[in-house]
Design a protein. Structure first.
Length: 171
């Protein structure tokens, strides 16, 4: 026979352990949900856009990126290829979506992305006219376009050149 005091202590420990385990699991699950709910980015590009897209984050006079109901940040890309936003940088680890959009804003087709890109810390450039603390860049186009026309996508310093390339040059 187990003394009542020992029995109560064991029951209390088991209940405390279950409570802690439940708390840890809920915290881990909510952390995973929050990290995926706010990321990645969904790019809306002018129809036929091929070239580099830059997003410069934490620009004090720029608007924040709109957050769509499904958790994607909407990045409306002009033909110049540079978007400035007040929104802070978030590392996404891939999964961005690129769409061509018609003049009225209607989503047309998914744009090809090669998966070439990265982030630049403390990027200051006359072309971008920014002193942002962080810019990310992604190439939009096919792998064949990227490989065949590389000189069109880089400046004289071998840095990615933002903006859509003239379609006539891609033939």
């Amino acid at each position: 026979m187990i003394p009542q005091d020992l029995y109560n202590m064991v029951i209390s420990f088991v209940m405390w352990f279950r409570l802690c385990l439940t708390f840890l699991l809920l915290t881990a699950m909510s952390g995973c949900y929050l990290s995926t709910a706010r990321c990645p980015y969904r790019y809306h590009l002018p129809e036929g856009y091929v070239g580099w897209v830059f997003i410069c984050f934490q620009e004090k006079d720029a608007p924040p990126l709109p957050l769509e109901p499904d958790g994607y940040y909407l990045v409306n890309v002009p033909k110049e290829g540079v978007v400035k936003t007040f929104t802070g940088f978030m590392s996404c680890g891939g999964g961005e979506q690129f769409f061509y959009v018609a003049e009225g804003g209607r989503r047309l087709t998914r744009a090809p992305s090669v998966g070439v890109g990265g982030t630049i810390s403390m990027y200051t450039d006359e072309t971008l006219k920014t002193a942002s603390s962080m810019c990310s860049f992604s190439f939009v186009g096919t792998e064949q376009q990227f490989e065949k026309h590389k000189p069109l996508f880089f400046d004289s310093n071998d840095d990615p050149k933002p903006g859509a390339v003239d379609p006539a040059l891609l033939n």
